[in-house]
Design a protein around this ligand. Structure first.
Ligand code: DUC
Ligand code: ZN
Ligand code: ZN
Length: 486
């Protein structure tokens, strides 16, 4: 009689904290034993020479989400989770995005119906709040937070999504009162739209001018403003998709001052530059995202931020708009001005292999930091730890078994998303997961997807400890109650 449903034998188990040569015993989808020479499993996996890592958590991805500009993301919850699994990710946290005028509750129901029957991995949802009415902040949001939607993203730019500073403060105060985590897209809207208009008037409409309009200074200013508002409300804040030095400098300074300030970056800021938008014809549209990739010096600053603890999270910001598609990048035609091109690049599947290859393999990034950045920290920040984000007794058996020497040439044909291009075509990568397990079930093995659509489950998130205020209200003013203690 087998003692375990599954035993992973002979691998090196690496978490954010430890590296141990041991077997992993799995029963009922959970890790139940970590030890040498475990008894028999009904199923056995030989992981000799392999790394046994917690499955990744991609905590910033846009799946089956209509864009604010009207384009459609190419991946639904099936292709998105399959693609994630093939790159070693076992859990995703996409967005349930409110458009103005919509009830948040209805939005959440809608996204559940998009995921059900399709997802092959477990998933939670962040909310996107674009319409923070009294009803939304006073009733819908508190109820949803209690139901497990404990994080939300707000935007300081995009016509259809942006909040003004007063609304940002209202959302931050609600998060403080309810114990939720706020993520912010920090770019100065008026600066970007003013620069875009000037560029358009001068006929500078090619994709490369997107990177000019989305100036680093606009990101820097909004980052500083967001930090200031979080300090005034005395609530933690997470700055998403940070692109380079200008924003990093402010984040580092705020962190050094002791603020509970978190930051995320993404592959496009390590592996692309603004020059990639300067391709013949419309090709550069493939690399358009916001904030845009910067330059080689900024890539170094991002690497430095990853290795020195400025960043807690490395996510993909997977926002897949197909290139040759009237619902994707070419929604407004072959040569649409940059203002009319959907922003976003794909990255769910390559996120971890590219960071492993260029970070861990080259010795720039400690493997424990790799695990923390790609999995453990997101679980902690968003209330999924220790069910997700680690390999420990009692945790879900969400595990990726990596061949650290496997050589792969990235191409659109070998990826499993629903895209017609990858920004990383032809890049050589060393290290790729050979088996991915979700709750102990093999979902990807030796190049084959083995998961049934719909097996993925919704994960309600706990209130994260990371969202607790420091209790240092500015000038004695209590932002939620309005009390004042000089
Ligand atoms: N920028 C965003 O803010 N979201 C999706 C993609 C992008 O480029
Ligand atoms: Zn964003
Ligand atoms: Zn995004």
């Amino acid at each position: 009689m087998a003692e375990y449903d599954l035993v992973i034998r002979g691998g090196t188990v690496v978490t954010a904290a430890d590296k141990t040569a041991c077997d992993v015993g799995v029963k009922d989808g959970k890790v139940v034993a970590l030890a040498d020479k475990l008894g028999p499993g009904a199923e056995e996996i030989d992981a000799t020479g392999k790394l046994v890592l917690p499955g990744g958590i991609d905590s910033h991805c846009h799946i089956d989400q209509p864009s604010s500009m009207g384009a459609t993301t190419a991946d639904d919850f099936h292709s998105g989770t399959v693609s994630a699994a093939c790159g070693g990710t076992t859990c995703i946290i996409p967005f349930a995005a409110q458009h103005r005028g919509q009830s948040l509750r209805a939005v959440v129901q809608d996204y559940h119906s998009r995921a059900e029957g399709k997802a092959v991995l477990d998933y939670a949802f962040h909310l996107i709040i674009s319409d923070p009415t009294e009803q939304v902040l006073g009733q819908e949001l508190p109820a949803l937070i209690k139901a497990g939607y404990t994080s939300f993203k707000i935007y300081m730019t995009y016509d259809a999504l942006k909040l003004d500073d007063r609304q940002v403060l209202d959302v931050l105060a609600t998060a403080r009162r309810e114990g939720a985590m706020v993520m912010v897209h920090a770019e100065n809207h008026d600066v970007i739209s003013w620069l875009s208009d000037r560029l358009h008037e001068a006929g500078h409409v090619a994709p490369k001018f997107h990177a000019v309009a989305h100036a680093a200074a606009a990101e820097r200013e909004a980052t500083h403003r967001a930090i200031t508002m979080s300090e005034i409300v005395d609530v933690p804040l997470l700055i998403v998709h940070v692109s380079g030095k200008e924003a990093i400098d402010h984040i580092r300074t705020a962190q050094a001052r002791g603020l509970r300030l978190y930051a995320e970056t993404c592959p496009q800021y390590l592996f692309l530059t603004a020059d990639d938008l300067d391709k013949p014809g419309f090709e550069g549209a493939k690399m358009m995202c916001s904030p845009p990739p910067r330059d080689a010096a900024n890539q170094e600053f991002v690497w430095n931020g990853l290795t020195t603890g400025v960043f807690e999270v490395f996510s993909s910001d997977h926002a897949p708009y197909r290139f040759d598609d009237p619902e994707g990048k070419k929604m407004h035609g072959e040569n649409a001005p940059f203002k009319k091109v959907a922003n976003g690049v794909p990255g769910l599947e390559i996120r971890m292999p590219m960071l492993f290859s260029e970070g861990v393999r080259t010795g720039r990034l400690d493997i424990h930091d790799f695990v923390a950045l790609c999995s453990t920290n997101a679980a902690k920040l968003y209330g999924l730890y220790p069910q997700k984000g680690t390999i420990a007794v009692g945790a879900d058996a969400d595990i990726a078994i990596w061949d650290p020497d496997k050589e792969v040439t990235v191409s659109v044909d070998m990826l499993h998303d629903n895209m017609d291009y990858t920004p990383y075509e032809g890049r050589r990568v060393t290290g790729w997961p050979v088996i991915t397990l979700s709750r102990g079930e093999v979902v990807w093995r030796d190049g084959k997807v083995t998961a049934e659509p719909g097996r993925g489950r919704f994960l309600p998130c706990a209130l994260p400890d990371a969202a607790k205020p420091l209790g240092r209200p500015v000038h004695g003013f209590q932002p939620v109650t309005g009390d004042y203690t000089p």
